[in-house]
Write a protein that binds this ligand. Structure first.
Ligand SMILES: Cc1ncc(C[n+]2csc(CCOP(=O)(O)OP(=O)(O)O)c2C)c(N)n1
Ligand code: SF4
Ligand SMILES: [Mg+2]
Length: 306
């Protein structure tokens, strides 16, 4: 086995007999995996991942994970409850002198948007209310990736998914998970994306230096669900930022601050056109009403900051 170049043990470094089907079970170009790898490079191995069922669950093939710390798998709705149990167990061990304080571990929930913005909300809200000391990492691929790209509460307006196949695509609007967290007054909340590694690293360092409930929300461009070639993942991610679709920001000490503001913003059309899930907005007939509605929401979001 070759020595990994970072603290993240890559699937490719494991003997193929350790992997499902003899190869990596993740899709090429997965933006969620890119962000997770960068985040783990900063967090380091003293972590326990508490994973809600989703795409990233495929990283763990019993008894292996690509992480040097530990991994606990939970039902979609229960990751924050699992995190509470792990945090409590670590604290009890420390209290009894069975775990030296310097060997304490950080508890990190790893969840998709479907769990985070849907059925996991109640457990998350309870954990924030209790002031649980945990990092909550949501990779947002804007759908139920693991089960075949059905819509989730984070699916954007107009997108085609396995469950939104009508001519206008998804009729709902993406739920704002960052705002939901901020309304709960956590210790810290931030959005990150793999194509902005310095911004990401600074925010993870900041989050790791704090205690209490902390959100990291990573936009996770998903070639398989968003329907673009894997090699376009970074371009799609960059356009998510430069069109203003995905604001990079953080909440700390009661204030929200944007950490990267691209001016002038690119028209959202450039972002939409790269992705097959929006093809029906341009072909066979251009759907100006839907495209304009998407652009208007972005402009309205940014208006107070111009
Ligand atoms: C209560 C419950 N309903 C449905 C499922 C099946 N299921 C497993 S993963 C998944 C999709 C989760 O979506 P998301 O949280 O966005 O993660 P992703 O798959 O996109 O990584 C579903 C529906 C489940 N595990 N538990
Ligand atoms: S479906 Fe999307 S989020 Fe899931 S592993 Fe594939 S690229 Fe990543
Ligand atoms: Mg998802």
């Amino acid at each position: 086995m070759s020595e990994p170049t970072s603290s993240f043990l890559r699937m490719a470094d494991l003997p193929s007999t350790h992997l499902l089907g003899g190869g990596t079970p993740m899709c090429a170009g997965c933006g969620g995996l890119q962000a997770l790898q960068q985040i783990y490079d900063v967090l380091g191995p003293k972590t326990v991942f508490v994973n809600a069922a989703g795409c990233m669950t495929l990283l763990s093939v019993y008894p292996f994970t690509p992480f040097r710390g530990s991994w606990l798998y939970t039902a979609m709705a229960s990751a924050p409850a699992g995190a509470q149990g792990v945090r409590d167990a670590l604290d009890v061990l420390k209290e009894k002198g069975r775990l030296p304080r310097e060997e304490d571990l950080d508890v990190v929930v790893l969840t998709g948007d479907g769990a985070a913005a849907g059925m996991g909300l109640s457990a998350t809200s309870g954990a924030i209310d209790r002031g649980l000391d945990f990092l909550y990492l949501c990779y947002d691929n804007e759908g139920y990736g693991n089960t075949g790209q059905q819509s989730s509460p984070a699916t954007p307006h107009g997108a085609h998914t396995a469950t939104d196949v009508g001519s206008e695509g998804h009729l709902g609007f993406k739920k704002d998970l960052f705002a939901l967290w901020v309304a709960n007054r956590p210790r810290y909340a931030a959005t990150v994306i793999g194509c902005e590694p310095l911004d990401l690293a600074r925010k993870i360092e900041k989050a790791a230096s704090l205690t209490g409930p902390r959100l990291i929300l990573a936009l996770a461009p998903c070639p398989t669900g968003w329907l673009y070639p894997p090699e376009a993942s970074v371009e799609v991610a960059r356009l998510a930022v430069s069109t203003g679709v995905f604001p990079l920001k953080e909440y700390v000490d009661g204030e929200v601050v944007h950490t990267k503001v691209k001016r002038p913003r690119r028209p959202v059309e450039e972002y939409l056109k790269l992705q097959g899930r929006f093809d029906h907005l341009f072909d066979p007939v251009r759907q100006d009403a839907v495209i304009d509605a998407i652009q208007r929401r972005i402009d309205t979001y940014w208006e107070p900051y111009e």
